[in-house]
Design a protein around this ligand. Structure first.
Ligand SMILES: [Zn+2]
Length: 225
């Protein structure tokens, strides 16, 4: 174990302190996709009640909060979350502000410089208002089918969105399937309220769940200078 003196610690932290956490906190009773399991987080041992230590039990669907979808979520015999290339989830990324109030349209993103191999995170009005409270927001802003096909044609590496599904309530299954079949990684459930449009370094690490169809992830962004 390494201990730092009080003088050493701030110096070690200084240059790296610009990382912004864009993950949603996991908490008991939090919002989840309508037919997914509820989230339970309870203390089974509690020092404030006289136990020797504090231990919690966590029960949740793997598509809870900020998470990554694996191909097997919608593609039969597709890869599990443990087989995803981590290179898709670590590296340079682009946050794009979306102004449309209902969906991400191909017209809006066509004008942006989206290159092959890029990691694209869409910041919509979801980040500002859909995460308030624990109720599911069915009117969330989603990626339209046309916009998904545009991203597939552009051969992006990763696409992220700031609510629980990349696709709509109506045809989101097809949106997922087309993106995953194209080998593009999907990050869902981001909260991008604290970041503005621009270039970032991205670190997204989903839990290594064997053959998992998805996994909760901690996601952080650092502005690129
Ligand atoms: Zn998902």
């Amino acid at each position: 174990m390494v201990y730092y003196s009080e003088k050493q610690a701030p110096r070690q932290m200084s240059a790296a302190s610009r990382w912004l956490d864009v993950s949603v906190p996991i908490r008991d009773g939090m919002v989840h996709w309508p037919d997914n399991p509820p989230v339970r987080l309870v203390r089974t041992l509690d020092m404030t009640k006289g136990d020797v230590c504090t231990v919690s039990m966590l029960s949740l669907g793997v598509h809870t909060g900020t998470h990554v979808d694996a191909p097997v979520h919608f593609v039969q015999h597709g890869a599990g979350i443990d087989a995803l290339s981590i290179d898709n989830l670590i590296g340079s990324a682009q946050v794009i502000q979306i102004h449309h109030s209902k969906m991400i349209t191909v017209e809006e993103i066509r004008r942006r410089r989206i290159r092959a191999g890029s990691r694209v995170l869409f910041k919509t009005q979801n980040s500002l208002c859909r995460w308030r409270g624990d109720a599911f927001a069915p009117d969330y802003i989603y990626l339209s089918r046309d916009a998904a096909r545009f991203l597939i044609m552009r051969r992006v590496r990763t696409v992220g969105i700031d609510y629980l599904s990349i696709g709509s309530m109506d045809d989101g299954l097809e949106t997922h399937r087309e993106i995953l079949e194209a080998g593009i990684c999907i990050i869902e459930g981001l909260n991008l309220a604290s970041v503005t449009e621009g270039a970032y370094d991205l670190v997204c690490l989903p839990l290594k769940i064997q053959d998992g169809d998805g996994a909760p992830a901690r996601v952080v962004l650092r502005p690129r200078s």
